[in-house]
Every structure is written in C-alpha cells, then in structure tokens.
Write a protein of this length. Structure first.
Length: 270
C-alpha cells in the first residue's frame, strides 16, 4: 500500500530536531524524500540549547533508516543566498519538489520592557523573513512540479496575543498574512498554502524555554489564563503537529488552502 505522500519530495526548515525532525520522519514514513536545512549553531539570547550539527546528522540517520533519501545542509533561513543554494542543490539531487514546510523558529520570553531591538530583529528575521525566504524561493519549484503544498508553522500566538512574547506574536501573526497572500496568488498553479498553529509542544524550545514564564506570570497573574489549554493537556507532542502537516501535505487535503489549522488543545478558544 502506497504511503500518503509516496514519491514526493519535501523541503523542511529547522529539521535538526523538535517539530522539524518529527515532520521529516512522519513524511518519510509515508513515502517522501526530504530536503532538510537547519542553522545547527549556537543562537544568542535564547534560554534553551541550540540545535547542533550532530542533531542534523541524527535526522539524516533516522530518515535513511526509513529507506528514504535525504539531502541535509547547515543553513540559516535568514540568509537568502544560502537558502537558494540549499534548495537548488536538494532539488537537483532529488529531482523535484512537492511539499514545503516552513518550520524554523526561535522564541525569547520577556515583557515589553525587556524585549531588546536585537531580540526583535532576530525573532522577526528567523520567524517571519525566514518563512518568506523559504516560500518565495521554493514556490516556482512547486509550480514546475504541477502543484504542491506549502505549510507554514505559525502558533497559537499567531491567532491571539499571548503575553511576554511580543516579537514572537508579531512574527507569527505575520506568517498568517504571508500564508493568505501566497494562498491567493499561487492557487491558479494548484499550489495550496496553509498554516499550522500549535499550542506548547514538547521540544527544547517548548519546554526549557517556557520556564521563563514563571516570574512574569507571578508578577502579572491575570494573564496566566491565556496560556491554558481547553483540553486537559499541558503540552502536546511533536507528532501531533506532524500529523496535521502530513494531512496538509497529502492529497487528502487537495481542496484545502488558506486555512489556519489549529492543533492547540483549544488554547485559542480562550
């Protein structure tokens, strides 16, 4: 029985670990070959460990263990020229491109007074400009393939103003705008564009970075309810998001475009 994305090629950013690795493995399980990029280097200002070259190599090992091909490069999504090279190299080796998952992102937790210009630039550069680089540089390849699916990772913070995340909230709301604009323009080429909006996810960013909410919530207790999920779960697993990505990447969603798909345990209902 063929996999749900059998014979397709997927480009995934932030693929060294966390959600990105999970997306790569879930798509590979269902038959896709993978083009993977990740910064895989220390990132300033964040309060959780950065991904490493060893993490990216492990993603390669795990995909290959599924008997799928993978082309992985150490690339910063903010670097447009490097991204172009990574995409062209991957497509050249694997022959086509059908699925794009703009997943790479960072998160710095602080209040409005503590958010520096450097953190703002860094967050917007990675979480918004990086998504624009990813989509604008891959769209023609999907058109050349006769159509495809672009999935942008936003957040519950892309649909509501979660506290102590001003730069992150701004970037993730911006991703929704990008998604809607590209969905409109690329529809005539049978390219579908959607965004996924997780609540907290059990990754280094989602768990270790999230600990910084504590002191801020103690100082501003009225805001704590905005972080709560409606369903009785505090954090989701990466595969929960990957299953949504797989659906949006597959032909099962062939008429789904311009959708803000929440996988947020009801967080955005508050």
């Amino acid at each position: 029985m063929a996999g749900r994305v059998e014979g397709k090629v997927a480009f995934i950013t932030g693929a060294a670990r966390g959600q990105g690795r999970s997306h790569a493995l879930r798509l590979a399980e269902e038959g896709a070959d993978i083009i993977a990029v990740d910064l895989a280097s220390p990132i300033p200002n964040i309060d959780y460990p950065s991904s490493t070259e060893e993490d990216l190599a492990e993603t390669v090992r795990l995909v290959e263990a599924l008997d799928r091909r993978i082309v992985a490069t150490k690339t910063d999504v903010r670097d447009r020229d490097a991204m172009r090279l990574a995409i062209e190299s991957g497509v050249g080796q694997l022959g086509r491109l059908d699925i794009v998952v703009a997943n790479a992102g960072i998160c710095v937790i602080d209040d409005w007074k503590g958010t520096s210009a450097e953190v703002w630039d860094q967050t917007i550069g990675t979480n918004l400009t990086g998504v624009w680089n990813t989509v604008s540089l891959t769209a023609q390849h999907l058109i050349d393939a006769g159509g495809g699916s672009i999935i942008m990772t936003s957040s519950a913070a892309g649909l509501k103003g979660l506290p102590f995340l001003s730069a992150y909230v701004a970037a993730k709301h911006g991703v929704v705008g990008l998604m809607r604009a590209y969905a409109t323009e690329l529809a005539e080429y049978n390219v579908r564009v959607n965004s996924v909006h997780p609540t907290g996810v059990d990754t280094p960013m989602g768990t270790l970075g999230g600990g910084n909410f504590g002191p801020l919530l103690e100082a501003h207790p009225k805001l704590g309810g905005m972080l709560a999920n409606l369903l009785p779960v505090e954090i989701t697993q990466p595969v929960d998001i990957s299953n949504a990505v797989l659906f949006l990447a597959s032909d099962e969603s062939r008429y789904v475009t311009s959708l803000t798909m929440t996988v947020d345990a009801g967080n955005t209902q508050y």
